[in-house]
Design a protein around this ligand. Sequence first.
Ligand SMILES: Nc1nc2c(ncn2[C@@H]2O[C@H](COP(=O)(O)OP(=O)(O)OP(=O)(O)O)[C@@H](O)[C@H]2O)c(=O)[nH]1
Length: 728
Amino acid sequence: MGASSTEKQNHKAHRTSQSGASAKKEKSSKKKQGTSGDGKQHNPKAFAFSSSVKAKRLQSRAAEKEQRRLHVPTIDHSIGEPPPYVVVVQGPPMVGKSLLIKCLVKHFTRQNLFEVRGPITVVSGKQRRVQFVECPNDINGMIDAAKFTDLALLLIDGSRGFQLETFEFLNILQVHGFPKVMGVLTHLDKFKDVKKLRKTKQQLKNRFGIEIKEGVKLFYLSGLDHGKYLKREVLNLARFISVMKHHPLSWRAAHPYVLVDRFEDVTPPECAHSNKKCDRNIILYGYLRGCNMKRASKVHITGAGDFSLAGLTSLPDPCPLPSAAKKKGLRDKEKLFYAPMSGIGDLLYDKDAVYIDINDHFVQYSKVDVVNGTNKKFGKDRDVGESLVKNLQSTRYSIDEKLNKSFINLFEVKPYISSENEVRSEITSNKISDSSSDQEHIDPMDGTSLELNNKIEKRDVSKEIVPEDSDEESDYESEGNDDVDDRHISFVDDGKEEEFHNGMMRRKVISTVDDLESSEEDDTDYQLALSSESSGGSGENTDTETGGNDSKWKESLIARARMRQNINLMQLVYGDSSSKLVNPSRVTEGGSSEDSDDDILVPKAELEKRMAENPDYDDINVDDRSKIVTSQLKDWSSGDYITVIRDRFVTGDWSKAAKRGEEGDSEVEGEDLYGDFEDLETGEVFKNQSIDDAKEGDEVQKIKVMEAEEWRLKKLALRAKFDSQYPF
Ligand SMILES: Nc1nc2c(ncn2[C@@H]2O[C@H](COP(=O)(O)OP(=O)(O)OP(=O)(O)O)[C@@H](O)[C@H]2O)c(=O)[nH]1
C-alpha cells in the first residue's frame, strides 16, 4: 500500500528562474553556445555580415585597434633596467604632501624620512623603482613637474574641496602630454557626520571624473594615526602605485631628459672666491630617461637656460633593483633607498669617490656655531682623528697664503741693517713698538696671533742688551711681562745668559762694553741681544745705565752690523776663502783690511778713491764684478784698439795684423795664433811659423809665409762653409 502510494506521487517539474542572477547567467551561457532557450541551435548564417559596408568598417576598426596596440610606446627592457618611475605629489599648501611621501617611503623601505627634499628613490618591487617628488606650489615648479612626471598624485583637501592649485596643475599637465593621474582625498577625519562625509566623497569623485576622465581612481585617506596616515590605506595606495602599468609618453620616449637628484659645484674655489659671478662648473647626477644623450648636445636646464655639456659619464646605479644588487655583505634595507638631497642613504657614489654618510646623531664633524655662549655637543667624546678633522676646519689661511707670508732667515742678523742711522732707528722703533706690543700680529704659519713670536722676531732683528744686574732682570721678568710665554726660561752662566724661548736656545751677553769687545774674538753663533723685549722701561734703562759709554757700545754694534752685512755667500756655502771681501768700513789707513774692530773707519768714498789709484786684484768684489777696478784696463773704446780687434776677424786685414804683430803689439803678444797646421788633404805640415820668424828672413820668405797663411785661412773658411751647408 505504501509502495503504490509513492509511485502515484506527482513531482513538480523544475521551473527555471526567469529573473535574477541565475537566469542571467543561464541566458549568457546559452548565447555563447549558440542555442536558444529551447535547446535548438541558431542559424549560423544569421550572424554573418549582412552588409559589406558594415563588414568593411568593422574590419578597419579592428586593424586600427591592433595598430594602436602595436604602437603604444613601451619601455625597452633589453637595454638594462628602466629608470625609476616618477611620482609627483601635488596639492595645495598644507594638504599633506610631505606626510604622504613620508608614509609611502616608510611603507616601502621601513625607514623614517625626516625631511622631504629633492627626488627620493625607493625600490617598490622586484622589478620596479619609484621616485617620489613633491611638487612646489609655484607655477614654475608645476610646469617643471609636469614635464617629468609619470604619475601625478593630486592631493585634495576633503574638507575644502577642489582648490585652484589642482586645476592649475591639471591644465599644465594637459599641455605636457597628460600622464597618469590619481586623486587622493585627505583631511576626511574633519567630517564628524558620516552621512555628510559619504555625500562629499561621492560629489568629489564625480567632479574628479568630470575634470579628468571617467573612471579615474580616487583614494581616500580617512585620518591620522599617531601623526601618520593609516597603514591600511597607505598600503592600498602603495600597491596601486607599484603595480600600475606605465606607458611612457611618445614625445618623452624620443627625447633624452634627466631628473637631477643631486648636484655638485666643482668650480675652483679661488675663482669663486675672487669673482662671485664667475662661470661655474656644475656636475649634475640623475637617471637618464627617454633616449640616449649625446656628449656634444646642448641641454636646457629649467630655470637656468641653455648650456653645452662638458662631459657625460655613466656611474654605478645608486639604487639598484634587488635582483641586481649584490646581497652579500649588504643589507637589503640599505640598498632600497636613495635620497641624497634629503641627506638619507649611507653611500653616495661620485665620479671619483664614494662617500659614507654618518648620521649627526652618532658624530658631529661639521663646525657648530656657538649659540648664546653654549656650544652644542653632539655624539661621543672626541678621539684623536676627530680632533684632527676639526682642527682642519679652523684653518684660516690656505697653504699658498702661508707660504707667501713666511720667510727664511739665512743670517743671524737681518742684512738690511747697513748704516748707523738704520741701526739707530731700528733700536728706537723697537722701543716704541714695545709700548704698543699689545698690537695683534698674525703668525703666517699657523694663522694665530702670537705675541710671543712677535718678540722673538724683534730679538732677531735687533739685539738685546740686558742690564748686568740680574735682580733687575728678574724684576723685569716679573713686572710688565705677564703675557710672556711660560716657556721663557733663563740661565745665567759666566756672563752669558742662555734663554729658552719656544724651545729655541738663545744666548744673551751681559752687556758691558768690555764684554762685548772681548767676545768679538769668539766668532761662534754669538747673538747680541737688545732688550727691545723689555717693555718700555728696560730699553731706557740700558741707555741710562750705560750712560757715557752710550755712543761707544753703539759704535761697536754698528761695526758688527757692517761686518755682517757683507757675508760672502760663497764662503758660507763652500767654506773656502777663494776671494777676499772688500769691507769698506774696515779698511785701515794703510789700505789693507784687518779683523780688529779697533781699526779706524774709513768712509766709502775715500776707499773707492784709494782703490782707483792703487787697485789690487784682491779688491775685486767677487759678488759684484761690475765693481772691478777699471783704471788698469785698456780703453777699448779708442779707435786704435777697435781696428786691432777688427783685423783679427776673417773679414779683417790680416796683413795689418801681422804687421802689428811684427811691431810686437802687446795685445797680440803671447797669443798662440799661428800654431802648427797640417793640411789634411795634401798631408803637408806647416810648422808654427810666426810672423816674427819671417821678420828675420828675407822679404820673399816673408811674402811666402803670408800667402800660405792667407791660403790656409781661405781653406778654413771654405771648410766652415761646407760644414754649415752639409745637412748632417
Ligand atoms: N587632521 C589631518 N591632518 C592632516 C592630514 N593630512 C595632513 N595633515 C596635517 O597637515 C599638516 C601639513 O602637512 P604637510 O604634509 O606638511 O603638508 P604639505 O602639503 O606638505 O605642506 P606644504 O609643504 O607647506 O605645502 C601636518 O601637520 C599634517 O599632520 C589629514 O588627513 N588629517
